[in-house]
Design a protein around this ligand. Structure first.
Ligand code: PLP
Length: 667
């Protein structure tokens, strides 16, 4: 198994060993409540006082407030509540207070959501105004100039979590001053800590939230700086902890750990300086350029944190890169961790006006200032391995096989590529339009001719254009050099030969099977488009391939049966016993070929064989017909493997299981 190369530091970081020790100290020997006046309490209070004093020095808090919070989201709430409550008071007193809540269009969602929430709750009735950014992700100062006179609050992050873009805070301050704006200014400093110099009290900034887990402290601890004299209202009232600014018994383990991180930052030995980070970044960038010709960086590196690289590779969706990186043990993300589960193009890149393909294929790679040379070497080496893996052939065949069936899905539609390796020819059926350039690139890379493009008209048009663009020979529609073949039921139909197979056209459904002279004695696959009922001439074991990527994976057998989901799940803990009890079990890795190439899987001495989900219909035909050994499917997270096991069981193959939770839990 690969050692993990964690390059997702903007989502969260590994905890510094000194921080772990400090947390254990606060949980163990110095477990006291810092508010207690006895010795145990006093010993704990020292931790709190020292952490705060260090934090004040690190951020340059001057005579401002500095309180510990549960994280940046809480710090943001507190700042927003403080501003809006002072707005409310001024509204009630009939004083002017501005009418706009201005926030950068690329802020973390915690900012606009908090503004909207408290504006609604307090009935302040201000208007939220997104401050646009330019193509490099920097705030449009010309727009700010227009908004500033009417702004009650302005929120502009110090550095963006997705792109690393560093804001021009001096420029923003200048505009606010020139406009004589009374706006209170919050700067989300989450991604700046440890990466940019901070001297908050010497700036115009009124509120600055921080989060511990973005710099090697645990999750659930953060802090908020408030400029001396800026309005302040506690978010949490109660026992008066944190000088009444944030009640509730302190998270002492978190504060101790955060304190240890801040101390390390102040001492300057663990965390590397800006120039060293730039050298590391440039090496990673170089290895990415070599690995992915055509790569584009989504923000100019000279305006970005030296620890964040956001890039897109033409022809590769974010998911493709992430899956291969993950298989190789490199952890990166497509954007912010909060939106990782929503497979949507990045709103940050869209706000920058980047073309949709770049927003939909963006990958964020981020390391912390603690990353040393050895780590960067390992990261570069692993990136090289990924680029080789991405060259793995999705049309690879078992040594004895000549033809294959690849499923190409996109946006809920399923398409099919019937191909013959000897002839280097393929036929596309129901190709989904959004998958057109992917199919064309594949055909071009493998030197295939597209003999026919059948099915869905929109998909056909898109594929023809993509093939033309890429210079791949193709024939649109049903070719002219057709033959008449006899079908198994005595009827005859027009058919084309693809290697040793016939593809027959029976009223717009396409039947595929091994050729026997001029006959197609047995229909192995029927491509039936949107039809729900099997077409004429199908055999009992024909696989019906549809044009929708639905719950049934886009294909099904002639008969299905109910599946007891519990029976097919194998927990990682149960796997060892299962494999011992079934020594003939076959592990099947259903990840795509590139993922398998990047990180082949061996579990308990069993080497997994690769049958990508996109080739499952091809392989399942034989499994369903012939039966055989128990199959244990596996994949990255357990999603795709569950689909494969369920699909086989649905069609009567009872010996199908999958590793629940994915390989990450099993190795
Ligand atoms: N602001 C930025 C820029 C962030 O990156 C994050 C975390 O992703 C947050 C705010 C929220 O921080 P927390 O998780 O501490 O609430």
């Amino acid at each position: 198994m690969n050692t993990e190369i964690y390059l997702d530091a903007n989502a969260t970081c590994t905890v510094l060993p000194a921080a772990v020790d400090a947390a254990l100290d606060a949980l163990g020997p110095r477990f006291g409540n810092p508010s207690s006046s006895h010795a145990a309490g006093l010993r704990a209070k020292v931790i709190l006082d020292e952490a705060r004093a260090c934090a004040r020095r690190v951020v340059g808090a001057g005579d401002g407030r500095l309180m510990f919070t549960s994280g940046a989201t809480e710090g943001i709430q507190t700042a927003v509540l403080s501003v809006l409550w002072s707005v409310r008071e001024r509204q009630l007193a009939g004083q002017p207070c501005g009418r706009l809540l201005v926030y950068g269009a690329t802020e973390h969602k915690a900012v606009p959501e908090s503004l909207a929430h408290w504006n609604r709750l307090l009935g302040t009735g201000l208007e939220l105004a997104a401050l646009p950014v330019d193509g490099e992700g920097r705030h449009r100062l010309d727009m700010l100039r227009q908004l500033a006179p009417d702004a009650a609050m302005v929120c502009t992050m110090a550095a963006n979590n997705e792109t690393g873009t560093v804001s021009d805070l001096d420029g923003i301050a200048r505009v606010l001053n020139e406009a004589n704006s009374g706006a209170l200014w919050m700067v989300d400093c989450v991604q700046a800590l440890g990466k940019l110099p901070l001297a908050l009290a010497s700036t115009r900034i009124d509120y600055a939230p921080f989060s511990g887990h973005k710099l090697c402290a645990p999750k659930g601890i953060g802090m908020l700086y408030v400029r001396a004299g800026a309005p302040f209202t506690p978010l949490v009232a109660g026992g008066g902890q944190e000088s009444g600014q944030r009640s509730g018994t302190e998270n002492m383990a978190g504060i101790a750990a955060f304190g240890a991180v801040l101390k390390a930052l102040e001492e300057g030995q663990v965390f590397r300086g800006h120039d060293a980070m730039v050298v590391s970044r440039d090496r990673v960038v170089q290895s990415l350029r070599e690995a992915f010709p055509g790569i584009v960086f989504n923000t100019p590196l000279e305006h970005a944190l030296p620890t964040t690289i956001n890039f897109s590779v033409p022809g590769l969706a974010s998911r493709d890169v992430l899956d291969v990186f993950d298989a190789a043990g490199i952890r990166v993300s497509a954007g912010s961790a909060c939106s990782a589960s929503k497979a949507q193009p990045s709103y940050v890149l869209q706000a920058m006006g980047l073309p949709l393909w770049r927003a939909a294929s963006a990958v964020r790679l981020s390391f912390g200032p603690q990353a040393d040379e050895a780590f960067i070497d390992a990261a570069c080496e692993r990136i090289r391995r990924c680029s080789q893996a991405l060259r793995a052939d999705p049309l690879a065949l078992a040594p004895s096989a000549h033809h294959g069936l690849l499923q190409v899905n996109a946006e809920g539609s399923a398409g099919w590529l019937v191909f013959d390796a000897d002839d280097k020819a393929c036929v596309a059926i129901d190709a989904p339009a959004p998958a057109a350039s992917r199919i064309a690139a594949l055909a071009k890379a493998r030197g295939y001719t597209v003999r026919a493009i059948l099915g869905d008209a929109k998909g056909c048009d898109a594929l023809c254009s993509a093939l033309e663009e890429q210079g791949v020979p193709f024939h649109a529609g049903w070719p002219v050099d057709v033959s008449a073949v006899a079908l198994g039921d005595g009827r005859s139909a027009q058919a084309i030969r693809i290697g040793a197979q016939w593809l027959a056209n029976v009223g717009g459904s396409y039947l595929l099977g091994a050729a026997d002279g001029e006959t197609l004695p047995h229909v192995e696959y029927a491509f039936v488009g949107a039809a729900q009922s099997p077409c004429a001439c199908a055999c009992a074991d024909t696989i019906l391939c549809r044009n929708a990527d639905d719950d049934a994976l886009g294909w099904s057998g002639m008969q299905t049966q109910a599946v007891d989901e519990h029976e097919m799940h194998l927990s990682a803990a149960a796997l060892d016993d299962f494999l011992r009890a079934h020594p003939n079990a076959v592990l099947v890795d259903v990840r795509e070929a590139a993922e398998h190439a990047a990180g082949p899987v061996t579990l308990h001495g069993h080497v997994a064989r690769n049958v990508p989900l996109s080739r499952l219909a091809e392989q399942a035909s034989a499994w369903l017909r012939e039966g055989g050994e128990p199959l244990v499917f596996l994949c990255r997270s357990g999603n795709r493997s569950a689909k494969a096991a369920r699909q086989l069981r649905r069609h009567g193959f009872a010996q199908a299981w999958h590793v629940a939770g994915g390989v990450a839990l099993a190795v």
